[in-house]
Design a protein around this ligand. Structure first.
Ligand code: FES
Length: 124
């Protein structure tokens, strides 16, 4: 579980936002990732390869592990965005591969085969 080490946060004005539908209050200027962690919502996205839950790693805008959906916009880096009043944050379930699954007739086994081809490199 995460906790804030910044005791000055209580002096900042607070904003209300939702994280995965849960109402959260966070100090203005706090990053979305910090608000998520403090709320216990640490899954930011699913791996496009394994479909397993991922979470922030570098917390400084380098690794892109923290991509979330903010106000309906996917692929937003939670560690770089600051919380805003009324913001709606969601863990990102849609990856390049899952969007293929939901938008076409491709079956999960087709998607796994496609991924295996991509991971295995190009032949011929
Ligand atoms: S945690 Fe690495 S870019 Fe956000």
């Amino acid at each position: 579980m995460f906790r804030s080490l910044n005791d000055k946060q209580s002096q900042r004005s607070l904003v209300n936002l939702t994280i995965n539908g849960m109402l959260v209050t966070a100090p203005q200027g706090q990053t979305v990732w910090a608000a998520m962690a403090l709320a216990g919502e640490t899954t930011t996205r699913l791996s496009p390869v394994t479909f397993k839950a991922r979470s922030a790693y570098c917390a400084m805008g380098v690794c892109f592990e923290c991509m979330v959906e903010i106000n309906g916009m996917p692929n937003q880096q939670a560690c770089l965005f600051e919380v805003k009043e009324g913001m709606a944050v969601r863990s990102q379930k849609i990856t390049e591969q899952t969007s293929l699954l939901t938008s076409s007739e491709i079956t999960p086994s087709d998607a796994i085969s496609m991924l295996a081809e991509n991971v295995g490199g190009h032949h011929g």
